[in-house]
Design a protein around this ligand. Structure first.
Ligand code: FAS
Length: 389
């Protein structure tokens, strides 16, 4: 069997690559390890930033793949109970960010790809990548009924996330991993509770908390906790108590909690993001802490750069964009890493300073004060939130 691109993984990165390649007339096969249902229900990100919305619009896909509602373009910071509204829109003409839960985007990307005749294969097991440094790599895998398949291709897009196999197919010593661990944990819960008027970041002596919309009747909350804390130690009662205290909202809803997970705030960047005919896209190449909502949006950026580069090569034999893929993506990755790092430190050091001490706490409070009082600082923040910088 033969195609131009084999895409490994059907998350936001893989499905966006698949759709953009189809729009470019480049044939591809998408291989996904899980079932369609499993992929469709994975709840994570909630914002498609302005730049990504306009990217889909430029490809003529915005109406088909973007669900949810337009963002109000306002973010609320609540510091010791005092509310500060900050714009996260840059006022430019054109479509803005959307409150679109990741699973809605993934479902719509899947439907669109299949409706356009895309070749998407679920339950593809034991995928192996071979001859990545040759002209025609070979991807082998096992079908759900145990059959062995082999696909020859010109390129492989590794879109299989942080725990995939693509990165492991690169020999040791080729990639450099740059890692940072904030030593901060977040308990994240999903609850049937009314979403906030605006996405809310709350800073208090008891620690950071956040309240984000995830649909008309669903909220995602985050609570700062020790990174190795046990989610089972957080009863519904304890979660709601901590949220009421930190969000400064004594009457906060207390609906059933449908999902809870603790994860560490960490960042990871692999450089370069390519090896021979393998191109790493999205979380397969980089992880960023959720502050600023950049993880999924970086995956969408990489996918756009990769699809355009392959189209240049297939149409004109021009390899320059493929050669420059990693450098171009890493420039945005580091820009977003810096912004997420700045925001993560600011909202955590400004609250519970038991981890950082009073000096860093005052630095963080000064950053917030500047954000709330300086129009230039507010404009820069808004530009970074939109991804249009
Ligand atoms: P994904 O991990 O989404 O997709 C990889 C796909 O590859 C999966 O479908 C997987 O099943 C498949 N796969 C894996 N191994 C395979 C193999 N061997 N063979 C075939 N398929 C394989 N980002 C934001 O922008 N904003 C947020 O608010 C936000 N919150 C988050 C909260 C949590 C709890 C987590 C964990 C992440 C959050 N993120 C957020 C980041 C997250 O959304 C990722 O950036 C995004 O899923 C990246 O998309 P992909 O690169 O497609 O990787």
């Amino acid at each position: 069997e033969s195609t131009t691109v084999v895409v490994i993984g059907a998350g936001p990165a893989g499905l966006t690559v698949g759709n953009l390649l189809r729009r470019s007339g480049v044939d591809c096969v998408v291989l996904e390890r899980q079932t369609r249902d499993h992929v469709a229900q994975r709840q994570r990100a909630g914002i498609v930033e302005t730049r990504a919305v306009r990217m889909f619009d430029a490809w003529g896909l915005a109406d088909r793949v973007l669900g949810g509602v337009p963002s109000e373009g306002i973010l609320e910071f609540r510091v010791d109970g005092e509310s500060h509204l900050v714009s996260d829109g840059d006022g430019s003409e054109g479509l803005g960010a959307r409150i679109c839960p990741q699973q809605v985007l993934v479902q719509k990307l899947t439907d669109t790809f299949l409706a356009d005749g895309g070749d998407l294969r679920f339950e593809a097991a034991d995928i192996s990548l071979n001859d990545l440094t040759g002209e025609r790599p070979t991807v082998r895998y096992r079908t759900a009924d145990g059959g062995l398949r082999s696909i020859s291709c010109a390129f492989v897009a590794g879109c299989d996330g942080d725990h995939g196999i693509s990165r492991t197919a690169v020999p040791d010593g080729v990639l450099t991993a740059h890692a940072f661990d904030h030593d901060i944990g977040w308990l994240t819960v999903l609850a049937d509770a009314p979403p906030p008027t605006y996405p809310l970041l709350a800073i208090s002596e008891q620690g950071f908390a956040a309240h984000f919309p995830r649909g008309p009747y669903t909220s995602r909350y985050y609570l700062q906790c020790p990174p190795d804390d046990d989610p089972e130690a957080w009863s519904d009662e304890r979660v709601w108590d901590a949220l009421r205290t930190r969000l400064g909202d004594p009457v906060l809803g207390s609906g059933p909690i449908t999902d809870r997970e603790i994860f560490r705030l960490r960042s990871l960047v692999h450089d370069p993001m390519q090896y021979g005919r393998l191109f790493l896209v999205g979380d397969a190449a980089h992880i960023v802490s959720p502050m600023g909502g950049k993880g999924m949006n970086l995956a969408l950026y990489d996918a756009d750069v990769f699809a355009r580069a392959v189209a240049d090569f297939v149409r004109d034999g021009d390899e320059s964009a493929l050669r420059g893929y990693s450098e171009r993506c890493l420039r945005r990755v580091w820009n977003d890493q810096e912004f997420s790092h700045w925001l993560t430190r600011t909202v955590h050091d400004a609250g519970d300073d038991s981890r950082c001490g009073p000096f860093e706490r005052n630095l963080a409070r000064a950053r917030l004060d500047r954000l709330f009082t300086s129009p230039a600082a507010a404009r820069s923040f808004a530009e970074l939130m939109t991804g249009m910088d």
